[in-house]
Design a protein around this ligand. Structure first.
Ligand SMILES: Cc1cc2nc3c(=O)[nH]c(=O)nc-3n(C[C@H](O)[C@H](O)[C@H](O)COP(=O)(O)OP(=O)(O)OC[C@H]3O[C@@H](n4cnc5c(N)ncnc54)[C@H](O)[C@@H]3O)c2cc1C
Length: 397
């Protein structure tokens, strides 16, 4: 089919979906289910798994047409871990049965995901995780503690990295699972952040059961699967799809600058210009990266975007505080647990400033990502590693 014929065919499919399920009157979950069944959720995936075997780029046409018709967005706001990280990993490593079982409820938002990766002793050094999964018939029994788990309070499912073989070097003894968060062996406790909110949690796993049918990739192959998740995470955090010029945080600051000239100080104009230009460069670089990623899974390039995003978010939110002078850091709403996900951009400058501190930690710290850039992109010599060939159980912890 020529690309023109393809575009016409796709438009007709989207129109048929909209005709049969008017977004104004259809329950959002039902609409998203119908979108998935029509192969319009992730058009690059095969028929029967929410796709039509088309190039990834075709999704942009679909999404634009659906947005113009006021259709709901796949995954819902709570499921950014599901959509941005779990879905591409399931698509890359899942069996047909796993894709059939997990992708549809993820897309409709019926199953919200969280990420059970970090532990008290394994954050930057993710390959050091100590949570154990031991085989028991058709199941695995999981024991351990995870930490900083965003969205665990809302999640029905989790992507989980656990140690299945402590007798081999750390990277080789990991396995990747999809874990049911609603079972009795999973306890979620809130962790309050500097903003006053508890977006994330500690998660205690005590004899939690995961069917072997929920294992993603081979036993001992978890590191490779996790790397796919992390690369997608960095692209998802570092490049916000569809952000327009002067969107996001810089848009808020520019609006205040224009509307409230009394707040301006000498010298701030140059700084605002610099931040504005840096934001635009990052936005355009993000577009390019997303187009490159359309050819396949994202690689380590997302690390650069994520480092730049964190630096800018912190610089812009700092500028915003300076602009608002003494009232900048104040805000009243310290609700610890919310039922909905906070719209960061819509919050007060003080909240944005404090929340942005976490941007250089979540999804990999800026220091670790600089290491990734130096080793994996620039080809510079790696850090000296003394634990590469030692069984995990023999490492000092
Ligand atoms: C808002 C937020 C949300 C999060 N959500 C999740 C989530 O949903 N799921 C999840 O699993 N995790 C989550 N995390 C955890 C996050 O991935 C970890 O905090 C991060 O990987 C760092 O690990 P750590 O906190 O253990 O710090 P550490 O690894 O102990 O690092 C401490 C410091 O040492 C530096 N450092 C460590 N090793 C090196 C090195 N080799 N070279 C140079 N510097 C180094 C680090 O850069 C850092 O500054 C979240 C974190 C935040 C802030």
């Amino acid at each position: 089919m020529s690309s023109e014929d393809l575009a016409v065919d796709l438009k007709a499919r989207v129109q048929a979906l909209l005709d049969e399920h008017d977004p104004a009157t259809t329950d959002p979950r039902e609409f998203l289910g119908a979108q998935y069944d029509a192969g319009l959720a992730w058009v690059h995936l095969p028929h029967g798994f929410g796709g039509l075997d088309l190039p990834r780029k075709a999704q942009e046409t679909v999404d634009a047409q659906l947005a113009a018709a006021g259709a709901p967005v796949g995954g819902t706001a709570k499921n950014f871990i599901g959509m941005g990280m779990a879905a591409p990993t399931i698509a890359a490593f899942g069996t047909d049965d796993q894709k059939r079982k997990f992708l549809r409820p993820l897309f409709t938002g019926e199953q919200v995901y969280c990420q059970l990766f970090s532990e008290p002793g394994a954050g930057s050094d993710l390959a050091g995780v100590a949570t154990r999964a031991v085989r028991d018939g058709d199941d695995w029994i999981v024991n351990g503690q995870k930490v900083w788990t965003s969205m665990a309070q809302h999640a029905q499912m989790a992507i989980l990295v656990a140690r299945t073989d402590p007798t081999v070097p750390k990277h080789a003894g990991l396995t990747y699972f999809l874990c049911d968060m609603t079972q009795p062996g999973v306890e979620v406790r809130p962790l309050r952040q500097i903003t006053g909110e508890a977006e994330f949690n500690e998660v205690f796993l005590t004899d939690a059961r995961v069917p072997d049918a929920n294992r993603l990739g081979p036993v001992g192959g978890g590191w490779r699967v996790a790397t796919t998740t992390l690369n997608n995470e960095r692209v998802a955090i570092g490049t916000r799809a569809g952000t327009p010029r002067e969107g996001g945080m810089i848009g808020q600051v520019a609006r205040v600058w224009r509307d409230e000239p009394g707040l301006r100080n000498p010298g701030m104009h140059d700084e605002l210009m610099r931040l504005w230009v840096d934001t635009e460069v990052l936005r355009l670089a993000g577009e390019r990266l997303r187009q490159q990623a359309q050819a396949g899974q994202p690689g380590p390039e997302g690390a650069g975007m994520k480092v730049a995003f964190a630096r800018l978010a912190q610089a812009i939110s700092g500028f915003d505080i300076e602009l608002h002078a003494e009232s900048g850091l104040q805000y009243d709403d310290w609700t610890m647990r919310r039922t909905e996900v906070v719209d960061l951009i819509g919050r007060e400058p003080g909240y944005r400033y404090l929340r942005a501190r976490g941007n250089s930690i979540e999804g990999g710290t800026s220091e670790i990502l600089r290491n990734t850039i130096s080793e994996r992109i620039l080809g510079l010599p790696g850090e000296h590693r003394v634990d590469k060939d030692v069984a995990w159980k023999d490492l000092d912890r």
